[in-house]
Design a protein. Structure first.
Ligand SMILES: [Zn+2]
Length: 227
């Protein structure tokens, strides 16, 4: 089997950036997923761009409402609804039936801060697909060097799920060259996500999630347990 690559673009769409990303993808017949932050989607020009991406065949996913709090670090019982459900409502018709949700990784870290039991339960109850990643080349802090790091990841894995960002900063100026290098190596670029990066698919857990969960103890919970 040839190596595979799944592309995901987080934190956009951004007017002035995403148009060119869509063009580079279209020129090469590549389909990807755009994970959008609910709060950002309300800003001028964003929804139209996300619709344009969807109309081109790309998938649109939920990337939290505020992109600012990790479930595993919070005691707020309302956080899963505030970050997941509220953003899904903002997405509305843009969302896929598979309800793609990508948590905020605070720099791409796959660790116990990512989720709480409550957040996992919400995703299962409401049929979400939790989409993680296995390559974060930190394009936001290195607009030119990210492509080499991404390529190294692609060479070292059977199926890479790459996270880059269609935001200002110049990284996406190198997307076309990067895609040409990937294609020249015979890598197959697909839209689907591998099970290894989707621990919950349409509400059903496909793997062990314990390493991704912290439940911050609260005074309330302690009291309850003692009663
Ligand atoms: Zn993000």
């Amino acid at each position: 089997m040839s190596r595979r690559l799944t592309l995901s673009f987080d934190n956009g769409p951004t007017p002035g950036v995403t148009e060119a990303v869509l063009e580079e993808l279209a020129q090469r017949g590549i389909l990807a997923t755009f994970f959008v932050v609910g709060h950002d989607l309300k800003r001028e020009g964003r929804r139209e761009l996300a619709q344009k991406a969807k109309d081109a065949g790309h998938w649109i996913g939920n990337h939290t409402m505020t992109h600012s709090v990790q479930f595993g670090t919070s005691v707020d019982p309302g956080l899963p609804d505030a970050e997941i459900t509220a953003a899904q409502e903002v997405l509305g018709d843009l969302a896929e039936e598979t309800r793609l949700f990508r948590p905020w990784g605070n720099g791409g870290v796959l660790g116990p801060d990512l989720f709480s039991t409550a957040a996992i339960e919400l995703m299962k109850r409401d049929g979400y697909s939790c989409v993680l990643w296995n390559s974060v080349p930190r394009d936001w802090e290195d607009a030119t060097g990210w492509a080499d790091r991404a390529l190294a990841d692609i060479r070292s894995q059977d199926w890479t799920v790459l996270v880059v960002h269609d935001i200002p900063g110049g990284a996406m100026d190198h997307l076309g060259d990067f895609l040409d290098r990937v294609l020249a190596e015979g890598v197959e670029i697909v839209q689907e996500f591998p099970d290894s990066c989707v621990p919950i698919r349409s509400g059903s857990a496909t793997g062990d999630l314990h390493h991704l969960i912290t439940d911050v103890p609260t005074d309330k919970r302690d009291k309850k347990e003692n009663e």
